[in-house]
Each structure stands twice: as C-alpha cells, then as structure tokens.
Design a protein around this ligand. Sequence first.
Ligand code: GTP
Length: 370
Amino acid sequence: MKAVILVGGEGTRLRPLTVKAPKPMLPVVNRPFLELVISYLRRHGIQDVILSMGYRSEVIEEYFGDGQRFGVNLAYVVESSPLGTAGGVKNVEKYIDGTFFVFNGDILTDLDLGAMLQFHRERGACATLALTPVDDPTAYGLVETDPDGRVRRFVEKPRPDQITTNLINAGTYILEPEILEHIPPDTYYMFERGVFPSLLDRGSPLFGYPSDCYWIDIGTPARYIAVHRDVLSGRVEHLRESIPIGTAVTAGAGTRIDPGATINGPVVLGEGVQIEAGARVRGPAVIGDGCRIGPESEVDGAILWRQVRLGARVVLRECVIGNNATVDDDSVISGGAIVSDGCRIGCRNHLDRAVRIWPDASIAPNTISF
Ligand code: GTP
C-alpha cells in the first residue's frame, strides 16, 4: 500500500530551528526525524512513499534521493505555494491507485498500521483517522465517536463543560481514493477543517481508530526535546533495537573521551566527538558529530547538533544547540533555550526560560542573565 507523508509545512512553532531545514529534517538522536518515520513505515511493509513537499523541499530530496538507501521508493511532489494538508494530498493524486495512508510528517508513533487497516476494511470506511488520548482536551480538536468507532462530531478546543472525550486526531489517516474528488485542486484545503467535517455532513462512513500506543508530535521546542527523552528511555518500541536506551552510552568512530570525564547514559555521541577532562555528560543527552565538550563542562539532558564547541565550565541543561554553534567559558544554557546554527555565545551568559537565539547571532560576554 502507498503512503503519502505531508512534509510541506513551515514549522513556524519550531523556529528558529526550522529556519535552515524543514521540521522533518531536524535531527532526532543524530538522524533526520523523517528517517525514523520512514523506517517505521518500512517495518509495516510500506515501500512506496510519496512526499508532499513545500518549504525547503530541496533539503529533504538531497538527503533521501530515490529512497533506496532507506529501503523505500520515494516520489517527490513540490507545491509552489502551501496547499494545506488536504491540498497537499490532492496534489499527489497521480500517484494514488487504491486505498492509501496519509501521515503528518511530524509525528512519531508505535501505531499498529495493520490493525488500523483491518479496522478500516471491516467497517467499509471511506476514511479512518487514528485517534490518540491527551491529558488536556481543552487545547485540542476532539473527535467524538460511537462505540463502533463511527465519527459523531468534531469539537474544536472545548470548554471544560463540553468535554465528552479525550481523543484527538493523531495525524494518520487511511483514505479511499474517492475522497480526492472532494478536495479542490490547487487550493489551500485542510483535512481537519474541510474534508472530514464535510464527509460527516454528507453522512459518509468516517471512522476513528483509537489507540493508546506511544504518540508524539514534535511541533514545539518542548516536544522536540521530549521526543529525545522518550526515544532514549525506550518508550518508542520500534526504535528500541536501533537506538541505545536505558543506561547505554554509544560513541561513533573517532570519538575521544578523556579518562577524567564522566558519562551517565542514556547518551549518544556521534563521530569525532571530543570530551575533555572533568566534563560530565548526563543522559538522556545527544551530542552530534564533531562536537567538543570543554574541560569541567556539564551536559545534562541537552541536545547538541553537529560541530558544537563548548569552552570550559559551560553548563547545558534541557536545551538545544544548533550546528557550528560555540558557547564560551562559564556560560549556562538551560530551561528549554534554543541556540541556533552558527551562533556564538560569549563567556558568562545565562540563557534560560525557552529563550530562542536566531542563527548566526553573536552574544557578547556577560550580556544576558536570568
Ligand atoms: P507550524 O507552522 O508550527 O504549525 O508547523 P507546520 O507548518 O508543520 O504545520 P502543522 O504542524 O499543522 O502540519 C502538520 C503536518 O502537515 C506537518 O508534517 C507539515 O509538514 C504538513 N503540512 C502543513 N502544511 C502543509 C502544506 O501546506 N503542504 C504540505 N504538503 N504539507 C503541509
């Protein structure tokens, strides 16, 4: 069966991490997120994948090529202006020849696709939406279903007294090709606000498939950090074999750890990483290729992309540091802060409270404190 992955969004909530690369290409445990999604699809027997692209599509195409290296056949369709989730699927119509899957490209899940397909077929659905439970239903669009799974209504961001379910649209669909007839061509159109409500109005067989398996959307900085924690602690079942978990520490070729450094897993170190004397790395943490952790520096629950340079006594806690960034001596970066590609953070700065530093910025010594 074919799958369409929607990867055309601008990822505005994740800026500035998405200034240079689209959201699906952000590294998760040193691999582009989309690579994890594609390996999940392959595990479920999906080999033909169509990428519906827009924003910064060239970064995706350059990395994945024809897909053979990743065990799939990839087709690319690029829209010249954003068409939305449904418009993006209509735009790949020429590749669709039967029942097909659609995936939002920012979701990591252990959903059983075979079981969902069986559910879809048994009910003769024209569309089946995967549903996932959330703790705070007031922040989402809820999907109310009958006991057999037939969608009864959509409730957008309900008040507490309107809450009748905690299930939301999980961004994975099985669709029959006839659905495409209900999507206008070359027009911005959404599944969530356009296609599904209108199918419901027409009385078409629209079903919700609930599952409480692992599910996360990496659309915000907090969730981008959280997905690392989840993967490294083994919560994502299909990644347990390929990514070290628990207390494991893995290091790529050419990585050098000074005997006076301490590392507590789960920690993934890329290739050519240098960890100097007295440094402490505490997992879950990921340190990308070519990074240098200076003497007495501390990395705790942080994500470092490639070629990050830390001076002496730097502290990084629960933060993201982009490619080729430098953090000079005695600086502290914590509290979900983001330092983008190519930044230079001078000595004795303290970045905290989810502050976001745009690419290539330079912060002079002693300038920011919280
Ligand atoms: P935000 O700007 O932070 O909301 O992120 P986003 O642009 O990625 O939007 P959202 O998280 O709602 O998108 C869900 C999925 O649909 C993501 O995988 C997006 O890449 C994809 N997507 C969103 N808009 C479009 C679009 O206009 N065209 C295509 N092809 N995909 C889209």
